[in-house]
Design a protein around this ligand. Structure first.
Ligand code: SRM
Ligand code: SF4
Length: 562
């Protein structure tokens, strides 16, 4: 491993110190888990828990009364694919150990919220028994690998999914701690030399300086928002065959308000590789992050800052030195669209699939809308493969066409429509969880966006744009979990009830939007949007989209078109 000159000259973060001290990431998690008197973990264990896919949280609605500790657990589900049995196990666990909801994430995973400490062990055991794990779903490692979830609609999609799975497996940490704690239920002996001196063959003793994210896309669809990832693979299909991938590196969205050292960045497309080279290229890119990422400042530690500061030419050379060969130039491709399809579709193999909209990814039962129960019954009776989408929705795949009508009926009896599932605006929206679970939230998001969308829908009716699709995304803080910086309209929480308004993303998620107005309350948001939408309706050229119009007319001085 190369010594990073930045980190050598400055003080390492506490996270670096604890990873170095306990490179198996075991901490004292096993011991605390077994202690019935403890209702939570101490600070260093909280950091180690993340590598196991677990966050310690507290219910922020209850804070004024008392701190009520609970856990969020996130699955590792490469490409978002679950067997029916695995989905049913996730549903069981959500009912028995969590808050009776399943939260589909913006990276094709599922999160459980509201798990108390006594439920943590049983939950983790149940997940692992269903042959899914939560290892590296969080932490300074490679996260859930995304891949297009749409069912067999071209001959290459299965290969791309296989490749996504191989990369996910190849980038897994090798520590024994995960299995020991969650499957065997034991605390590793930290004094045992084998444990103390453990060094991960890929990550070394200190893992990455920060998280690392990988996604695959099959153009022209950019349903994974590929360029927002540290590492992206763009499938190149020629003559109906998957011939390889264009390599994109250095994307990422997280930033902090008022800290110019942090910013969202789109990945650069740097070359082309064959399928056979996928794993070695993934490892080589990851190790550039491992060796050159900033370990002295976690807000500045993502691969995107290495790319930004050292440049693409430097990165390419460093990568090629590690690989021992040069990568040919990237091949032509075009992204046209992001987002999901809803309703019934016929797959290439003659089976059917059903895309269902899930508001903010929250599968739950509400009055008159029993989505959780309906999905459970449907999966039990018809056994579809379950696919989670990067826009927090769900696809039920490989359904026999003769079951279409009965499934539509089953859903209808539970208040879930198959046609016109939600308004065009809602179908293109995303919100992060924010309050009450997220410790970093500055404002509401999942609990507020539906109401705000209702008001924006009214505005659109006023200006005769009721059928207009505008990609709107909201987050409760600037970390960017619902990828608001590539939306046509992005709302980013600044303080309770106040949002930054971003404008100018595009339909294909290949352009960052720009900050337009700051610190807006709801009335101010609507006052800003009303004249813009009115002018857009009057002046747009042809089928021009709102984001493109904003760039052309409203933001023309600040946005470099791409
Ligand atoms: Fe995220 C932290 C939720 C996708 C950037 N994210 C968090 C935490 C764990 C809060 C925390 O650290 O205490 C949130 C848990 C909230 C809760 O109560 O559940 C959280 N992030 C989510 C999810 C569930 C949002 C969603 O609506 O689905 C997504 C889970 C994805 C998954 O399955 O792995 C999620 N997070 C993202 C994305 C989008 C993506 O990856 O495509 C981003 C922006 C892309 C990027 O990474 O740059 C994102 N999350 C962050 C950051 C900022 C990282 C940075 O570089 O600055 C944080 C803060 C941190 O890591 O310290 C964060
Ligand atoms: Fe929490 Fe901020 Fe992510 Fe929303 S964007 S889940 S508020 S960290």
């Amino acid at each position: 491993m190369i010594e990073n000159p930045v980190s050598a000259a400055r003080k390492l973060t506490h996270n670096e110190v604890i990873k170095q001290a306990i490179p198996t990431l075991a901490g004292t998690i096993g011991a605390v888990l077994a202690d019935p008197a403890a209702d939570r973990f101490a600070e260093d264990d909280i950091q180690f828990l993340k590598f196991h896919g677990i966050y310690q949280q507290d219910d922020r609605d209850q804070r004024k009364v008392a701190k009520h500790y609970m856990f969020m657990i996130r699955g590792r589900i490469p490409g978002g694919v679950l067997s029916p049995q695995q989905y049913l196990k996730f549903d069981d666990v959500a009912t028995q150990q969590a808050n009776n909801t399943l939260r589909l994430t913006s990276r094709q995973s599922i999160q459980f919220h509201g798990v108390v400490k006594t439920g943590l062990g049983p939950l983790m055991k149940a997940i692992n028994q269903s042959l899914v794990d939560t290892l590296a779903a969080c932490g300074d490692v490679n996260r859930n690998v995304m891949a297009p979830p749409a069912p067999v609609n071209n001959a290459c999609s299965l290969q791309v999914r296989e490749d996504a799975r191989s990369v996910s497996e190849a980038l897994l940490p090798k520590t024994k701690a995960y299995h020991a704690i969650w499957v065997e239920g034991v605390q590793l002996n930290l004094e045992d030399p084998e444990i103390k001196d453990f060094e991960d063959p890929l990550y070394g003793k200190t893992y990455l300086p920060r998280k690392f994210k990988v996604a695959f896309a099959i153009p022209p669809l950019n349903d994974v928002d590929l360029l927002t990832n540290d590492l992206g693979f763009i499938a190149i299909v020629e003559g109906g065959h998957l011939v390889g991938y264009n390599l994109a590196v250095g994307g990422g969205l997280g930033m902090s308000h008022g800290n110019a050292e942090t910013f969202p960045r789109l990945a650069d497309v740097v070359g082309f590789l064959s399928r056979e080279q996928l794993v070695e290229v993934s490892k080589a890119v990851l190790t550039v992050h491992r060796d050159f990422g900033d370990r002295t400042n976690r807000r500045h530690a993502r691969l995107k800052y290495v790319l930004e500061e050292k440049g693409v030419a430097w990165f390419r050379q460093e990568l090629e030195t590690r690989l021992g060969y040069a990568l040919p130039a990237a091949r032509p491709y075009t992204f046209e669209k992001q987002g999901d399809n809803f309703g019934w579709t016929r797959q290439l193999d003659g089976l059917d699939s059903l895309g269902l909209f899930v508001e903010s990814g929250r599968i739950k039962d509400a009055e008159g809308y029993l989505l959780k129960t309906a999905l459970r019954m449907l999966v039990q009776q018809y056994g579809p493969e379950v696919r989670l989408t990067p826009s927090q929705n769900i696809i039920l795949a490989n359904i026999k066409p003769e079951n279409r009508a009965a499934i539509t009926q089953l859903l209808a009896t539970h208040g879930v429509a198959v046609e016109n599932q939600a308004s065009i605006l809602r179908r293109a929206s995303m919100a992060c969880p924010a309050l009450p679970t997220c410790g970093l939230a500055l404002a509401e998001s999942e609990r507020y966006l539906p109401a705000l969308l209702g008001k924006i829908e009214q505005l659109l009716v006023e200006v005769s744009l009721a059928d207009e699709e505008i990609v709107i995304r909201m987050t409760g803080c600037p970390n960017g979990c619902a990828r608001p910086y590539v939306a046509e309209i992005g709302f980013v929480g600044k303080a309770p009830g106040k949002y930054q308004l971003y404008l100018g993303g595009n339909e294909s998620s290949t352009r960052l939007n720009r900050l337009y107005k700051e610190n807006l309350r709801e009335a101010e948001i609507l006052n800003e949007l009303r004249p813009l939408l009115t002018q857009f309706a009057a002046e747009r050229v042809g089928a021009e989209r709102f984001g493109d119009w904003c760039v052309r007319v409203v933001l023309k001085e600040t946005v470099a078109q791409n």
